[in-house]
Design a protein around this ligand. Structure first.
Ligand code: F6R
Length: 615
């Protein structure tokens, strides 16, 4: 979850690091820090200023520069509060080794006891600091920095990446990883390390992914990668998607990334649908790497994911069961792996992940592979760890998503999963070609419908203004309205910090109705199952709730419905199964408008990070 960057061989190393930290801020922003080799020693600056830590670091480093080798870090706090003392880089007792880390060292307490017993002094509450003292011990014993890191990784338990420099080898950056992503890159005369390609876009020409337990020694003119036993290894070369350019990772005139990304949703859908149909009208999913025969053999689907991706997975369940007639389970990835799921070789496990790196989902997919199932990942990041490890991949082509709250990737995931459901139906013969073709044509109407919905933002802003100081929200829906309700509630809590719960509307009366009182806002998705929803709305209104109804155009009776105070209209969608991709948009806009009214930083909500590589 933290962001890491390392540079060597660049006269502007500090500038490159700070710029990279800006681009990595979405991974965490509780603190930021940098260390460089300067003269015959190390220089370090750190800052912790809530969501503005990188800006504070910029101020702290103003006027500095000229060093050629350094490392930087943005932190999402796990062990130890978001303070300067806990900010990375951490240094050893001699002050000659500096280290940054992402992930968790699970046996840090035991290692710290042993190190303290041997006389090491700790100056933070982090799990990270043990790593730099362990490195110090190895180096003091005569090991070169790369060998020392390999030895440290053999003792440190957990999922993590780590990058270090030493004043005694001033042009070397060493890096290693286990289960969380780290890539190395180079250009003529400069070498780089980063937790994510976005930090290095425009800087390097060759990119490589480090595999689990590999250690890289990066120098200005060389890159050496070794396996855990010290044997030379080949890192995996990455081709960087040209769509992921520097411009795509900038705000482009919008106030924030979230707004920009919401407005990119029509394009994200279009790109995700692009080129998925053969000349004979049948669907082709080239990157899947699983053929029709493999998929025809499947007799059960399990979708694993977290957060918004999980909600997209819920939509997939309805689509796969309806069209491909395959029993489909959807499970929160962090729960899946610990419950001994019943899996076999005819099960298809689909991981859904914007980043392709979320540790819970990655480990769930690994668990599935150990059980002998086929695995497929729906990812927005080509070459992400999940995509590299799974049997097949289906890419959402939404471009980089920087705002922590997922918007365009969520909608692109829904669309990709609907395409997958149609492809499964086609290959299994549960839908004929004309039906698949018609549904695929209707999917192509979504970009325009989403565009039209975005054009209604003023309506949403007016509702947000009217809701004023409300602090408690329920989002309710039935059938496909349920995952949309969950997503609406998640968006609102993430960026507005207001209490928001998503519920299947029929479940309200089984408990949560006790919480409804005057002042509670109930956002109700009237479709599908409008008649049943109407009753649930009336039940909430009778208890004093302020009801906001989400209704499709062409339902004029909605304004007269008992208890409905506000109505958000969305364009009617030709196929109800595709409605979530449109219905979720006003809920994103509502969360955005309420958060902005509260003065919150919508791109960097407190306590959160974009890529979650801890369990
Ligand atoms: C919510 C959000 C998170 C992610 C979740 C999974 O707006 O972004 O809930 O959906 O952390 O992340 P990925 O999709 O990268 O696996």
């Amino acid at each position: 979850m933290c962001g890491i960057i390392g540079v060597t061989g660049d006269d502007g190393a500090l500038e490159v690091i700070i710029d990279g930290l800006h681009r990595l801020e979405y991974r965490g922003y509780d603190s930021a820090g940098v260390a460089t080799v300067r003269g015959d020693g190390l220089w370090r600056a750190r800052a912790a200023d809530g969501t503005h830590s990188v800006e504070a670091l910029v101020t702290a480093t103003a006027g500095c520069g000229g060093d050629r080798t350094g490392i930087g870090h943005t932190r999402w706090a796990t062990h130890g509060g978001p303070t300067v003392e806990n900010a990375h880089p951490h240094v050893d007792c001699t002050g000659r080794i500096a280290l940054v880390h992402n992930g968790i060292i699970e046996n840090h307490a035991e290692l710290a006891d042993a190190l303290a017993g041997a006389g090491h002094r700790f100056s933070s509450q982090t799990d990270t600091e043990v790593l730099v003292h362990l490195l110090e011990t190895e180096v003091a014993g005569g090991a070169a920095l790369g060998d020392a890191l390999r030895a440290v990784m053999s003792r440190a338990v957990g999922a993590y990446s780590v990058v270090a420099i030493s004043a005694d080898d001033p042009e070397l950056v060493v890096a290693g990883r286990r289960s969380v992503p780290l890539l190395v890159a180079n250009d003529d005369g400069a070498g780089f390390v980063a937790s994510d390609v976005s930090a290095l876009l425009g800087r390097a020409t060759r990119y490589f992914a480090l595999e689990d337990d590999q250690v890289a020694e990066v120098r200005p003119a060389s890159l050496r990668v070794t396996d855990p036993d010290g044997a030379e290894a080949e890192p995996t070369a990455l081709s960087v998607d040209p769509a992921w350019d520097v411009v795509a990772a900038q705000k482009g005139g919008y106030d924030d990334f979230m707004s920009k990304e919401m407005h990119e949703q029509p394009r994200a859908i279009e790109d995700t649908l692009f080129d998925r149909r053969d000349h004979d009208g049948s669907l082709v999913l080239d990157e899947l790497h699983l053929g029709p025969d493999d998929l025809r053999a499947v007799d059960k689907v399990v979708v694993v994911a977290c957060g918004s991706s999980y909600h997209a997975g819920m939509v997939a369940k309805y689509a796969i069961e309806r069209w491909a007639r395959l029993p489909t389970e959807v499970e929160i990835a962090s729960e899946f792996r610990y419950r001994e799921p019943v899996l076999h070789e005819r099960t298809l496990v689909i991981g859904v992940s914007q980043s392709g790196e979320t540790l819970d989902t990655l480990e769930a997919l690994r668990e599935a592979r150990r059980a002998g199932t086929r695995t497929l990942v729906v990812s927005n990041v080509v070459h992400a760890t999940m995509a590299r490890e799974a049997d097949g991949a289906l890419y959402t082509r939404a471009g980089p998503e920087i705002g922590v709250a997922s918007t365009k990737c969520h909608v692109a995931q829904i669309v990709a999963l609907e395409v997958l459901a149609l492809a499964l139906a086609q290959w299994r013969g549960t839908l004929g070609r004309p039906a698949v073709s018609l549904l695929f044509d209707q999917l192509h109407e979504l970009p325009e419908l989403v565009e039209e919905t975005l054009g209604r933002s003023k309506e949403v802003e007016a509702v947000a203004a009217a809701l004023g100081g409300a602090r408690d929200y329920f989002f309710i829906g039935r059938h496909l309205g349920y995952p949309v309700a969950l997503e609406g509630a998640l968006k609102l809590k993430e960026i507005s910090y207001l209490r928001a719960e998503g519920y299947p509307a029929g479940e309200l009366k089984h408990g949560p109705l006790a919480l409804i009182e005057p002042g509670t806002v109930v956002v109700a998705l009237l479709d599908p199952l409008r008649e049943k929803m109407t009753s649930n709305v009336a039940e909430a209104a009778a208890r004093g709730a302020t009801v906001v109804a989400l209704a499709s155009d062409g339902t004029p009776e909605v304004a007269g419905l008992a208890g409905v105070e506000h109505v958000l209209h969305v364009p009617a969608v030709p196929e109800p199964m595709f409605a979530p991709a449109v219905q979720v948009v006003p809920l994103q806009l509502l969360a955005y408008a309420l958060a902005r009214r509260l003065g919150n930083d919508v791109d960097r909500p407190r306590n959160l990070a974009k890529t979650v590589t801890v369990e």
